[in-house]
Write a protein that binds this ligand. Structure first.
Ligand code: IVH
Length: 713
């Protein structure tokens, strides 16, 4: 087994991938219909993207819990607005990506787990229980086989007449997933057993990844912009659960065989002998496995493995001790889901103490600020550790971590160490509570926290170096500028070349047509096509332009609302600048657009409050011809150009329908009544808005009158 040299690990990408979290929304009960439309669209898109990442690329970017939360939210919104269920809704999608994508396979003999012993005493108790159960005297000799416990993924392999026919993951112990095709790609799983084998036999073992292979694979994943795994176990599991076996084939998986399930004939009388048969059939058995005759030998082996552990090529978290005699194993049987004849004697988690020198804030590709502890280098279980995750702002406050503190570090399976506790007695005098920055360390923009989210995010977007590529990818995406032939890969390629800094640079690419044609994988025709596709998008609708900027919470629906409300780019720009001040009239107008509201108004104000964003927009607009939003269908309608407010409940049409109708006629619909309001449509049970209209002398009409004005009747 390869030994792993002392190593430092490049964390940056790992943290980035791990801290990305889906956007959380407001309470479903408080969503307006407009918001629901926008959010269902976002969820459909996001869930489809995560499905693809998970099923096709084995590069999930969010945890299962986060994914489930997205689906749950989608279902909740759909339950409240059933008429808004989209044809491409994630809840309607069946077949393409079933629950797991794999068929279920029943194990002939259940796959069990192991009880744990946390020290010599508990191991002794296990031995006593076994002897007592067998009716043996307390000092009766017993023999064990000890095997290092690798934290991987157990699998069940079925061989019929010596041929590998099926293989499944453990699953719930009774039923697992059929991963036969993937297991066939592993060269440590023999296709045919050598020598004589029973007509039917189930062989069990652990699929795992070595530390070196894991680090190498993560490096490659990171370089390709793909998900990196937190630890070798996740990497092994993710690699085996691939729908496309070609992906598994490229992953460095290994297997140690160690147990048996069903067998049509007995193959050995002791476990030690069984391990030999496994080797003879062509399996790899952990060479460190040892035959032991006393509890003292077991304790010595445990100590030996604890010392060897850090130098092994793979992670182990303990040693499994199995009573060697298979007849005794059969008599002992099981209790609950664990055998009485085996136990996992676990190692304590690897810990070390060191000093926290600095807290660095790392900005992820989506703007999330992640605190990383910079430590005085220390060896934890053979890995030289200089960084540890601090998760987020609340976690730092909860632990009251201060710079200069002595901290206890722990590596428990995961490659990224955790700070377990602070040794407060060693706290230097004058150490101050840590203040989490409220500006982005990369671009200097505000970093804000949305209520309910643990993550603080940079608002810099396109002006933040850490987020630029991601934002440019959004900029050219289908609902935004939709530039043919300019996908993620090309954006990254040109960014690395230094050609793309801001969105305006995209429109300078046609001038580089000759240079692009010279590049590997390009050529005259594709360079020409790209230049044409870009030129074609110099003319752009105002709503797409707004959406492309990637301002937080401005999805395509909100972008359309803004475009319709403000009409032209110049007007929108002017009004947004007028809305920067929190109490300004511009802000009030913005917040009163139906479907926008004060929270979104604040996002826009934040964005325009940053001079660099305004410069970026102006620079971009200079390259473009931004088309005015179509305001009216019937310019001569009586309400074209008027500002309307609906209040009370309408009986003959829904509020969204009334609003859509009004907008189609060229009216502007707002939420609150002001001096600027031209007309208030008063439905049943109207309250303060109708009163206010009266006070301000604004014209009011009944629902019936509104229907006539709008041409319904
Ligand atoms: S024997 C009934 N042997 O540990 C016996 N398990 O905690 C069941 N494991 O699911 C398993 N190394 O994934 C056995 N040498 C070993 C093992 C081992 C690792 C894992 C296996 C199992 C888990 C139980």
């Amino acid at each position: 087994m390869p030994r792993v040299p002392r190593q430092t690990i490049c964390w940056e990408r790992q943290f980035d991938a791990m801290t990305r979290a889906p956007q959380q929304g407001t309470d479903v009960a408080a969503l307006s219909e407009q918001d629901a439309v926008a959010e269902l669209a976002r969820l459909a898109h996001e869930i489809a993207e995560h499905d693809g990442l998970y099923h096709q690329l084995d590069a999930p970017e969010i945890s299962d819990a986060e994914y489930d939360a997205l689906r749950r939210r989608n279902a909740e919104i759909e339950a409240r607005f059933p008429h808004l269920i989209r044809p491409d809704s994630p809840s309607e999608r069946v077949g393409a990506a079933p629950e797991t994508g794999f068929a279920k396979l029943r194990h002939r003999v259940p796959m069990l787990s192991l009880d744990n012993a946390m020290g010599a005493e508990e191991f002794g108790e296990f031995c006593t229980r076994a002897r007592r159960f067998l009716g043996l005297p307390a000092d009766a000799p017993l023999a064990w086989v000890a095997e290092p416990k690798i934290d991987g993924l157990s699998i069940n392999l079925t061989y019929e007449r010596g041929r590998f026919v099926r293989g499944a993951t453990r699953g719930d112990g009774t039923e697992g997933e059929d991963v036969t095709a993937n297991l066939r790609t592993m060269d440590t799983i023999p296709d045919r057993l050598h020598g004589h084998a029973p007509a039917l036999i189930e062989i069990r073992g652990e699929v795992f990844m070595t530390k070196a292979d894991f680090l190498k694979m993560n490096e490659a994943q990171a370089a390709a912009g793909q998900k990196v795994f937190a630890n070798p176990r996740n990497a092994a599991a993710g690699s085996l659960r691939q729908l496309d076996p070609r992906i598994t084939a490229g992953r460095p998986l290994s297997l140690f065989a160690y147990a048996q399930g069903e067998s049509s004939e007995p193959v050995a009388d002791t476990h030690w002998h069984y391990l030999q048969r496994l080797r003879d059939w062509g399996f790899r058995v952990n060479p460190l496995s040892r035959h032991l005759r006393t509890e003292q030998e077991a304790a010595a082996f445990q100590a030996e493995m604890a010392t060897e552990r850090s130098g092994l090529g793979y992670d182990i978290d303990g040693v499994v001790y199995k009573i060697d005699d298979l007849r005794l194993q059969a008599r002992l049987g099981f209790v609950g889901r664990a055998p009485r004849w085996a136990i996992a004697w676990k190692f304590p988690a690897e810990q070390a103490m060191t000093v926290l020198q600095e807290i660095r804030i790392q900005v992820g590709r989506t703007g999330a600020l992640t605190p990383v502890a910079r430590l005085e280098p220390v060896n934890v279980g053979g890995v030289l550790v200089q960084n540890a995750t601090l998760h987020n702002e609340d976690e730092i406050a909860r632990k009251d971590v201060r710079i200069g503190d002595t901290v206890v570090l722990q590596r428990a399976g995961d490659v990224i160490p955790q700070i377990v506790s602070i040794v407060t007695e060693r706290r230097p005098k004058g150490a101050k509570p840590y203040e989490f920055p409220t500006v982005c360390p990369v671009c200097g923009s505000h970093a804000v926290r949305v209520p309910g989210e643990a993550v603080r995010r940079c608002t810099g977007g396109l002006i933040c170096e850490a987020q630029r590529v991601e934002r440019l990818i959004h900029f050219v995406s289908r609902p935004a500028f939709d530039i043919d032939g300019l996908g993620e890969k090309t954006i990254r390629e040109f960014y690395e070349e230094g050609w793309l800094h801001s969105p305006a640079d995209l429109f300078r690419l046609p001038a580089r047509e000759a240079a692009i044609a010279e590049r590997e994988g390009w050529g005259k025709v594709s360079a020409r096509n790209l230049a044409r596709a870009i030129e074609a998008r110099r003319r752009i609708s105002l709503d797409r332009f707004i959406y492309a900027l990637g301002i937080r919470r401005i999805g395509s629906t909100n972008a359309r609302l803004l475009a319709r409300h403000y009409g032209s780019f110049d007007n929108w720009r002017r009004e947004m600048l007028a809305a920067v001040g929190p109490g300004s009239e511009g802000r009030a107008e913005l917040g009163s657009i139906l479907g926008i509201g004060p929270a979104i108004a604040e996002e826009l104000a934040d964005f325009f409050g940053e001079a660099r964003n305004v410069r970026l927009i102006d620079e971009l607009a200079a390259e473009l011809k931004i088309e005015d939003a179509t305001r009216t269908e019937m310019r001569d309608s009586e309400i074209a150009g008027k500002t309307l407010v609906f209040t009370g409940s309408l009986e003959t049409m829904t509020r969204p329908e009334a609003k859509a109708r009004a907008e189609a006629l060229g009216a502007k619909v707002t939420d609150s009544v002001s001096k600027k309001t031209d007309l208030v449509v008063v439905g049943a049970d109207a309250g303060s808005k109708a009163r206010r209209a009266g006070e301000l002398g604004v014209r009011t009409v009944t629902e019936q009158e509104w229907r006539q004005l709008a041409g319904f009747d």
